[in-house]
Design a protein around this ligand. Structure first.
Ligand code: SIN
Length: 307
């Protein structure tokens, strides 16, 4: 399509028909550039995702390295490490501890080490994380982040994608920002995880996991940046709107994660490790490798209530 590339196109009312210029700020405007002394940073896109070199994650993590890792994650929202061949479960636990306490997804099979969940997919256990989501948004204090390690990968495919939801917010039209300002939404695991449970199982999990509410636009706990915080499987309705208004608005908002300029895609190799900021991004595990085997290990990091 021939267009004048110098002229940004205005946002149209249809979210996926907003073409042309995008605002792609990596950090909040005015933030200082960080100088890294230990880490090598190779950006995978201008605003989300960087491959990190200069670190062996099987070695003890000192204070200076921990500080740079936290800063790199805050700035890039998802960071990747390759060839971590000596990275074992105890290193996985130590790496997650750079950010906080491990938090186990209540619905995942347990791994051998406390806090480590093993996600093994094959012809019998089909991958079902191929929907844009934030981990544990159905909890009152959703996970701050996750650390994922590739144990076994298919010969091709099995990539994961992440979408920058601060940038997604920035690119909403001003009228949409005004419309969602101050709204809260209900997050609930029942429509997704509960779909394969008996009524008895649902009732048992419900005792500790009732529906929760979060602002539709949250302030990131560290950067203070505004983040669009609704996701397809777990956000069930917007408080105070009619069912149809809520559905229509949610349908539009959850589509934002699908816009390619907001995303980064990572191709796994055995012993690749990714860490993501679970408040700033959503992710999507591409399920194109069936019936091959793909085995990942994950630790989520406990979060704080969002505002
Ligand atoms: C997840 O949704 O946490 C799993 C991501 C992946 O397996 O790539």
């Amino acid at each position: 399509m021939a267009t004048d590339v110098a002229t940004p196109k205005p946002a149209l009312d249809k979210p996926l028909m907003h073409y042309g210029h995008r605002v792609l700020d990596r950090t909040a405007p005015g933030s200082a550039e960080t100088e890294y002394r230990i880490l090598g940073i190779r950006p995978l896109t201008p605003h989300i995702g960087a491959e990190i070199s200069g670190v062996d994650l099987s070695q003890p993590i000192g204070d200076d390295l921990a500080e740079e890792l936290r800063q790199a994650l805050l700035e890039w929202k998802v960071i990747f490490f390759r060839d971590q061949h000596r990275f074992a479960s105890e290193h996985h636990v130590a790496l997650a501890a750079v950010w906080g306490e491990p938090e186990v997804n209540p619905f995942f099979p347990k791994g051998d080490t406390v806090g480590v969940s093993r996600l093994a997919k094959d012809a019998m256990a089909v991958g079902n994380e191929n929907i844009w989501h934030s981990d544990h948004s159905f909890m009152a204090a959703p996970a701050l982040g996750s650390v994922l390690r590739a144990v076994e990968v298919p010969s091709a495919g099995g990539d994961t994608m992440w979408a920058d939801m601060a940038v997604a917010y920035d690119n909403l039209s001003e009228s949409m920002k005004d419309r969602i300002d101050g709204l809260t939404a209900v997050h609930d695991w029942v429509p997704s995880w509960g779909a394969v449970m008996t009524d008895e199982q649902i009732a048992r999990f419900r005792e500790t996991l009732p529906p929760v509410e979060h602002p539709v636009v949250v302030r990131h706990p560290q950067s203070g940046r505004k983040v669009l915080y609704v996701n397809e499987p777990f956000t069930t309705r917007i408080v105070g709107l009619s069912d149809s208004e809520s559905r229509e608005l949610l349908d539009e908002l959850v589509l934002q994660a699908r816009i390619p300029e907001f995303q980064v895609r990572f191709h796994w190799q055995p012993d690749s490790v990714a860490i993501w900021d679970n408040i700033a991004v959503q992710h999507y595990a591409i399920n194109d490798y069936y019936p091959q085997r793909r085995v990942m290990e994950r630790i989520a990091i406990a979060g704080v209530p969002l505002s």
